[in-house]
Design a protein around this ligand. Structure first.
Ligand SMILES: Cc1cc2nc3c(=O)[nH]c(=O)nc-3n(C[C@H](O)[C@H](O)[C@H](O)COP(=O)(O)OP(=O)(O)OC[C@H]3O[C@@H](n4cnc5c(N)ncnc54)[C@H](O)[C@@H]3O)c2cc1C
Length: 518
């Protein structure tokens, strides 16, 4: 097995089909008869069926695969996502009203030529606005259920930065259609019973119940929590992060809208609960909702009760799907001639919706550095493993930040989350530094960081961290510019309703019209 010609992907969930479509496009298998991609999917092991929030990177991923944005929106019940609104994470208001802040997708650098954080701190009382509102109009657009673009904006471009909310089942089906009908991927519906190894431990073939043995040179394990190759075949140890991130269960309910013309929310709504949080995602035809919690702190029955209480009486007769989650990642995911991607590789809880983004990151790295022969395979293994372990640790830091900075003391779950022993050392180091200095370009070490400095700022400032005093303007060299820019953004905020249409209206228009393709 010197040249790598046959790629075999195990599993047909979001991860499997994204890898299949991305690799097929990047390796251009239609034009290159030397290389083939086969995806093997069990007819009777269901996909996880959740995972409805994406990152803005998805626009580029879909564009590169060659999917038309209008078709995608129509086929996958898609709506536009403009970030996350965190409700009651920092504190519980004494009067029962919601305390919330935004982590929006519009990063400061689109509107700012300098980092606005220090200036916002300096002018906070004068401006009278939360950080996210002061630096961009996106929270205002979210409050009005406005779309990030109009019919005049070309496909995949935005007036405001955006990602998508989507129906996970429909998304996998669309990717499957494109991969098999347009990009030359072979689909085999068969349950894999075992992997057969060469003497040196490389995988030679997969034995299936329905389709005999399937040979390959390079195998991508996208078998979800089963971890068919990474776990069952190779037994690569799992590094749990449950000492840092406590949630281990989820209950999902698909909730119809009360009226067909109900507004569609622009952000993912994440509302903190007694022992976790509830996600609420507005698609075109329904809401996708769920309670993520730790069953060490509340029972499954109590968690379901809390979710139904959040959703109201209309949820009473709706089915609830229970999911148990083990948070952590494999000590290595690239091993011999196989690599695990998606839930088979890692899962670090749905907060901030990083899982599909990390599948996209895997597609990019595998596509760009695709090993053409065994020598390249051996070289890539360490680089790939180091890169992804770094990313997963960064995700743990960032997710823990949301819990660690809470001021809530109303349940053991929140109190336990703020114990220093439960935070990664790397996060504590950042926070220690950020007590005295606002985050800056000198902080995060890698250009492959999943969460950039600007994302940290939304959470830190949203949760009231950092009280920077600037008693001399030498540390604020662009003060006049910053004041003018805050004022300009204030004027733009007032113009939002006249510049944008609502999500519902734009999605209705897209039933009859198309975005101009680019
Ligand atoms: C509660 C929850 C909420 C989430 N929310 C988000 C979110 O908002 N955003 C986000 O990015 N991610 C989210 N995720 C993660 C996201 O759902 C997954 O990353 C994504 O769906 C990819 O899953 P997968 O394809 O790896 O696995 P799966 O969907 O489980 O697919 C596994 C595939 O492997 C196949 N398979 C298994 N065993 C065999 C076998 N023996 N033979 C052949 N085939 C086999 C199955 O048939 C299936 O096709 C969430 C996850 C959970 C649990």
């Amino acid at each position: 097995m010197d040249t790598i010609k046959k790629v075999v992907i195990v599993g047909g969930g979001t991860a499997g089909w994204l890898v299949a479509a991305s690799l097929a496009r990047q390796l251009n298998i239609l034009e290159d008869p030397q290389i083939s991609i086969t995806l093997v999917e069990s007819p009777d092991t269901p996909t996880i069926g959740v995972g409805e929030g994406t990152w803005p990177t998805m626009r580029n991923t879909l564009k590169r695969i060659g999917i038309d944005e209008t078709d995608f929106i129509r086929e996958c019940d898609v709506s536009f996502k403009q970030g996350t609104q965190f409700v009651n994470w920092h504190r519980l208001n004494a009067d029962g009203s919601d305390a919330s802040y935004y982590h929006s997708f519009e990063l400061p650098h689109t509107q700012w030529r300098t980092s606005p954080g220090p200036y916002w701190h300096h002018l906070k009382s004068e401006l009278g606005l939360p950080y996210a509102d002061a630096i961009s109009v996106q929270p205002e657009a979210c409050r009005g259920h406005f779309a990030p673009k109009t019919m005049a904006t070309p496909a995949y471009e935005g007036l405001l930065n955006y990602a998508y909310h989507l129906d996970a089942g429909k998304f996998a089906k669309m990717l499957a259609r494109v991969a098999t009908e347009e990009l030359g991927v072979r689909h085999v519906s068969a349950h894999i019973e075992q992997a057969n190894l060469y003497e040196d431990g490389h995988i030679a073939s997969l034995s299936t119940r329905e389709a005999g043995d399937i040979e390959g040179d390079f195998f991508v394990d996208c078998s979800g929590f089963t971890g068919l190759l990474i776990d069952r075949t190779y037994g690569i140890p799992f590094r749990s992060v449950k000492d840092k991130l406590f949630v281990n269960s989820a209950i999902a309910i698909q909730m119809p809208y009360e009226r067909p013309d109900a507004p569609i929310a622009s952000p993912t709504l994440s509302t903190a609960q007694q022992a976790g949080w509830i996600w609420d995602i507005g698609l075109q035809t329904r809401r996708g909702t769920g309670h993520v919690y730790s069953d060490d702190f509340i029972s499954d029955e109590e968690a379901e009760k809390q979710l139904r209480c959040y959703l109201g009486p209309a949820s009473e007769k709706l089915d609830a799907k229970y999911i148990k989650m083990r948070l952590g990642y494999r000590e290595k995911v690239f091993h011999k001639n196989s690599v695990a991607v998606g839930l088979a590789a890692a899962f670090l809880e749905p907060l901030e919706a990083s899982a599909i983004f990390l599948v996209e990151a895997a597609c990019n790295m595998l596509g760009e550095l695709f090993p053409r022969n065994r020598e390249m395979l051996e070289r890539l293994e360490k680089k790939y493993n180091d890169s992804f372990i770094g990313r997963w640790n960064s995700v743990v830091d960032f997710i823990k930040l949301h819990y660690y900075l809470t001021g809530r003391t109303d349940s053991d779950f929140w109190i336990e989350n703020t114990r220093p022993e439960t935070a990664p050392e790397s996060l504590k180091e950042y926070l220690d530094f950020w007590q005295y200095y606002p985050p800056s370009r000198f902080d995060l070490p890698s250009n492959l960081e999943p969460f950039v400095r600007e994302s940290y700022e939304f959470i830190l400032y949203g949760m009231g961290y950092g009280n920077y005093q600037y008693d001399n303007s030498a540390r604020l060299p662009h003060l006049e510019y910053a004041k003018e820019n805050f004022a300009r953004i204030g004027r733009m905020r007032r113009e939002v309703p006249s510049q944008l249409v609502t999500n519902r209206r734009l999605l209705d228009q897209l039933k009859d019209f198309r975005f101009q393709s680019i």
